[in-house]
Ligand binder design. Structure first.
Ligand code: UDP
Length: 239
């Protein structure tokens, strides 16, 4: 059943930690299954998905650099981590009968296809769920920036940022019980107030391409579909 959704073609960004569950590292297959089933439900309602999963549950380049290692090598390792996460989420989606493809910014042709905008456009028109792996393909960037770039290239209606909490707060709601949640914010306010939504490059890229950033909880069951319908709790960052 295809619904008239508030946002139909979306870029869903998940941090690598969203696949980690209670573990301190890596991938929890049960969590991957749950996230995949939320996405599958939304696909069945007619939503089109590009998905970017980070790699922080496995590796971050800055962590290597902080210990005296080479930042560029570390970032290469981080990009490889995003491919691992994308592969597992794609498998889980296929297990639920959803056609999913991993398209990487870093060519690893024996494992997955490489990203081209035209190829991705065709696949998305066919209704495939696309997992954009490898970030931007360049060191010194984040997967948030990679996701904003793909959202612009794919002309997405919204950039959905799935986080641990149901929106943007003025303080960490897990530490400050009366922290205030914002319904809406402008990208300028996010940058001025130093709110931790995503890095400034990603915010600016979304703003420059008039793509609203919708922050919601990926851990709340049913929240993804609710958000696509324009219901439930979330914060919209747009001008
Ligand atoms: N990374 C990179 N270029 C990109 C995207 C990611 O070098 O365009 C590397 C970087 O080392 C980063 C790691 O991949 O720390 C994992 O990505 P990110 O930290 O964005 O993951 P998340 O925090 O969303 O799990």
């Amino acid at each position: 059943m295809v619904e008239d959704l508030r946002w139909k073609r979306v870029l869903l960004k998940l941090s690598g930690e969203a696949l980690m569950g209670d573990q301190s590292f890596g991938i929890d297959p049960k969590v991957v299954e749950r996230v995949a089933s939320e996405i599958a439900e939304a696909v069945r309602l007619g939503a089109q998905f590009g998905i970017v999963v980070g790699g922080g549950n496995i590796f971050r380049g800055v962590a290597l650099a902080a210990k005296g290692g080479n930042r560029v090598t570390g970032d290469h390792m981080g990009m490889l981590a995003t491919i691992m996460n994308s592969l597992t989420l794609a498998d889980a989606l296929r297990g639920l009968g959803i056609q999913a493809r991993v398209l990487s910014a870093v060519p690893v042709p024996s494992i997955c296809e490489s990203f081209t905008q035209r190829g991705a456009d065709r696949y998305m028109e066919d209704g495939d769920v696309l997992l954009f792996a490898g970030g931007t393909g360049n060191p010194f960037f984040t997967t948030d920036s990679g996701a904003a770039l793909r959202a612009a290239e794919m002309r997405c209606d919204a950039f959905l940022k799935g986080t641990q909490v149901d929106g943007v707060y003025d303080a960490d709601p897990k530490l400050v019980p009366d922290a205030k949640r914002f319904e809406t914010l402008t990208p300028g306010e996010v940058l001025e107030k130093g709110l931790k939504v995503m890095d400034a490059t990603a915010i600016a890229l979304a703003r420059d391409n008039q793509i609203p950033v919708v922050v919601f909880s990926i851990h709340t069951s049913g929240a993804l579909v609710n958000v696509l319908r324009g219901n439930g709790l979330y914060t919209v960052v747009s001008d």
